[in-house]
Design a protein around this ligand. Structure first.
Ligand code: KG4
Ligand code: ZN
Length: 340
C-alpha cells in the first residue's frame, strides 16, 4: 500500500533562532533558520529583544521554508510549533503564529516539546545516519539544558539526570565571556581548542551524586584561575588562549562522559544519542567514538545542522504526532518550564 504524502510545517521560536521547516514523510524539504545576531552585543540572549526579532522574522522565514519546499499553504497537512521550554515572549510569537495559521488553513495544530524534539531529530531520514533503536539513552546538551534521558518510545521519555545549576552550554558561554569571547562562545572555544593542549591546566570536576550534573563550581573555579593568572601576567589569556580553551573543553567533556558511562552501566542500555547545541562540539563527538569502542556502544551523532536550534526537529516531531493523531486545541498555551 502506498503511504499518503503529508507535509508538516514546523515552527521554532523558543530562544534566539527563528526557524521554519517542511517535512514530508520523514524527509526534510526545507530547513530555514534566522539567527538573531543582535544578542552578541550584550554577551547573552536579551529576552525582550528576542521576542521583537521573532515578530519581525517569523513571516519571512515561514514563507522561505514553503518556497524552498516548493509547496504552498494549501499543501500543508498540519502545523507543528514549539510550546516550551524556552523564553515566554519568544515562545508566544511562534505559538500565536502557528495557531492563526492552523485556524486560517483549517488544518491540525500540534504542540511540540523543544527538548523532546532535539532527541527525535535522530529520526529525520538521513542516508548517513540510521535511526536509533529503542530503548536508548539521550544526552541532551544545550544552552539551557543538560539531561540524560531514557527514551523508551517516541512519546515515552524519562529524565534520569539533569543539571542542578548551569547547563553545559552555559559552562562554555560564561567561561568564554571571562576570556573575552563573543556570545555564544561554545563554537569558538571548540575551534581554538584544536590548537591547544587539553592537559595544560586543571579545573575542578564537581562531585554530584547519581546522574545529575553541576557546572557552576567549574565556572567559579575558571573565573578565579583566570583572575589569579592575570594578576601575575596581564597577557596571560592572550599568551595561553589555545591551551585555556582546550583544557576547559576537556573538563566539560569529561564531566559529560563520566555520567553517560554511569547511566549506560546502570541501565544496561548501550545505544546512545547526543543532541542539542553542544552536541556540535568536536571533542564530544571524538570522545563518544572512543567510548563506543571501549564500552561497546552504538552511538548516533546528529548532523551539524540538527544540533543547534532548528525547525526540522519540530517538523519531525510534528509528523510523528500527526501519524499518531496527537493534536492540540486552540487553548494550548506556552509553557516556558515544560518538562521532558
Ligand atoms: O540547542 P541550542 O542551539 O540552544 C538552546 O536550546 O540552548 O544550544 C546553544 C548552545 C550554546 O551554549 C552554544 O555555545 C553551544 O550550544 N554550542 C557549542 C558548540 N556549538 C554550539 N558548544 C560547544 N561546542 C560547539 N561546537
Ligand atoms: Zn535547543
Amino acid at each position: 500500500m502506498k503511504t499518503k504524502k503529508t507535509y508538516i510545517l514546523g515552527i521554532e521560536s523558543s530562544c534566539d533562532d527563528t526557524a521554519a521547516a517542511v517535512i514530508s514523510n520523514s524527509v526534510i524539504l526545507s530547513d530555514i533558520v534566522a539567527s538573531q545576531s543582535i544578542h552578541e552585543l550584550y554577551g547573552g540572549v536579551v529576552p525582550e529583544l528576542a521576542s521583537r526579532e521573532h515578530q519581525k522574522l517569523i513571516l519571512p522565514v515561514v514563507k522561505k521554508a514553503l518556497e524552498k519546499a516548493k509547496i504552498n499553504t494549501s499543501n500543508l497537512s498540519a502545523i507543528a510549533f514549539t510550546n516550551g521550554p524556552g523564553l515566554i515572549g519568544s515562545l508566544m510569537v511562534g505559538t500565536s503564529f502557528a495557531k492563526s495559521m492552523s485556524l486560517a488553513l483549517k488544518i491540525p495544530l500540534i504542540s511540540v516539546n523543544h527538548m523532546k524534539a532535539h532527541i527525535l531529530a535522530h529520526f529525520i531520514e538521513d542516508p548517513e545516519n540510521s535511526n536509533p533503536s529503542f530503548p536508548f539513552l539521550a544526552l541532551t546538551i544545550s544552552g539551557g539544558h543538560t539531561q540524560i534521558v531514557k527514551v523508551n518510545s517516541y512519546f515515552e521519555m524519562h529524565e534520569l539526570g539533569k543539571t542542578l545549576d548551569d547547563a553545559a552550554g552555559e559552562a562554555f558561554d560564561k567561561s568564554g565571556k571571562v576570556i573575552g569571547l563573543k556570545y555564544p562562545a561554545g563554537p569558538e572555544i571548540d575551534k581554538l581548542s584544536k590548537k591547544g593542549d587539553p592537559n595544560k591546566f586543571k579545573f575542578t570536576k564537581p562531585k554530584v551524586s547519581g546522574l545529575n550534573f553541576s557546572f557552576s563550581g567549574l565556572k567559579t573555579n575558571f573565573l578565579n584561575f583566570i583572575n589569579k593568572q592575570v594578576r601575575i601576567n596581564e597577557d596571560f589569556v592572550k599568551d595561553n588562549l589555545y591551551d585555556i580553551c582546550a583544557s576547559l573543553q576537556h573538563v566539560i567533556v569529561d564531566i559529560l562522559m563520566d555520567k553517560l558511562i554511569k547511566a549506560s552501566k546502570e541501565t544496561g542500555i548501550n545505544t546512545i544519542v547526543i543532541c542539542g547545541g553542544v552536541s556540535a562540539n568536536s571533542e564530544i563527538r571524538k570522545m563518544l567514538k572512543v567510548n563506543s569502542e571501549k564500552h561497546n556502544w552504538k552511538v548516533h551523532i546528529p548532523k551539524l545542522s540538527y544540533t543547534t536550534d532548528n525547525a526540522a526537529m519540530i517538523a519531525m516531531t510534528g509528523q510523528l504526532k500527526f501519524e499518531n493523531n496527537i493534536f492540540s486545541d486552540y487553548e494550548t498555551s506556552t509553557n516556558p518550564r515544560l518538562k521532558i
